[in-house]
Design a protein around this ligand. Structure first.
Ligand SMILES: [Zn+2]
Length: 132
């Protein structure tokens, strides 16, 4: 059995290597097939500080003018996807409930969100979310 290289594990917690999971999505090589896949890749983008990918996958109706992740240094340390509704290939919309864990200023925190996604021209976009 092959040993996995810990440092290359995908931040989204899938258990796959970054290069076999969210990496190709962030590189623009493989669009997310499902709302959950997009959500995972956006979490990874937050973890890696990839602002361009976050903006590119934000629905134009709610997309901010810009992001400055460095201004608010949060270390994202874990993700668990709790449930999904719709959001499969061929669906027009989907919801993903997740809990993301982070560390900020030496303190641990968690963010629970019910995110909404829309599919347009075969691509998933993040619309908005309710923090719960
Ligand atoms: Zn991933």
């Amino acid at each position: 059995m092959k040993k996995r290289v810990k440092s290359a594990d995908c931040p989204c917690g899938s258990g796959l290597l970054l290069s076999a999971c969210c990496g190709p999505r962030l590189a623009g090589e493989r669009p997310a097939e499902t709302a959950e896949a997009l959500m995972r890749s956006r979490y990874t983008a937050y973890a890696l500080g990839d602002e361009a990918y976050l903006l590119a996958t934000w629905h134009p109706s709610t997309r901010p003018d810009g992001l400055d992740l460095a201004a608010d240094p949060v270390k994202w340390v874990g993700l668990s996807v709790e449930s999904c509704t719709g959001g499969q290939a061929g669906d027009a919309e989907g919801r993903v409930c997740f809990v993301a864990r982070y560390k900020a200023g030496g303190r641990a925190g968690r963010l629970a969100e019910d995110s909404r996604f829309l599919s347009e021209d075969g691509r998933w976009y993040y619309v908005d979310g309710e923090v719960g």
